[in-house]
Design a protein around this ligand. Sequence first.
Ligand SMILES: [Zn+2]
Ligand SMILES: [Zn+2]
Ligand SMILES: [Zn+2]
Length: 134
Amino acid sequence: MENLLRKKGLRVTPFRVSVLEVFSRFKNAIDTAQIENELDNFDRITLYRTLKTFIESGLIHEIVMPGDIKKLALCKEECHHHEHEHNHQHLHFRCNECDEVFCLELKEFPSVKFPKFKIDRLEIQGTGVCGNCR
Ligand SMILES: [Zn+2]
Ligand SMILES: [Zn+2]
Ligand SMILES: [Zn+2]
């Protein structure tokens, strides 16, 4: 965990380490309520600030899906400050049975270009039934 923080140029603090450990305990994307459940004795403002820092430095990414579903997931190593590489090769899939949100790697991702637009973020989302629930 410490290495992960250092790699992204972040100062190592016990709290940051424990928040990162929460993410490593789950296989799929998690929401803030799940993070809060796993931490004891924390300050909510510090937690939100920590998550924001993690997002900005490419440690985790935010997933927003229809139905006001917001989740967070660990990034791949290639993600950098303000540049989330997985947006170019990533599918977010929500299972209708267990409500888990999965980060799925894609072999191919459509390249979309519009001359007059600067696209910062392009995402593919899907819903259905996951492998565990089928
Ligand atoms: Zn990322
Ligand atoms: Zn499922
Ligand atoms: Zn993802």
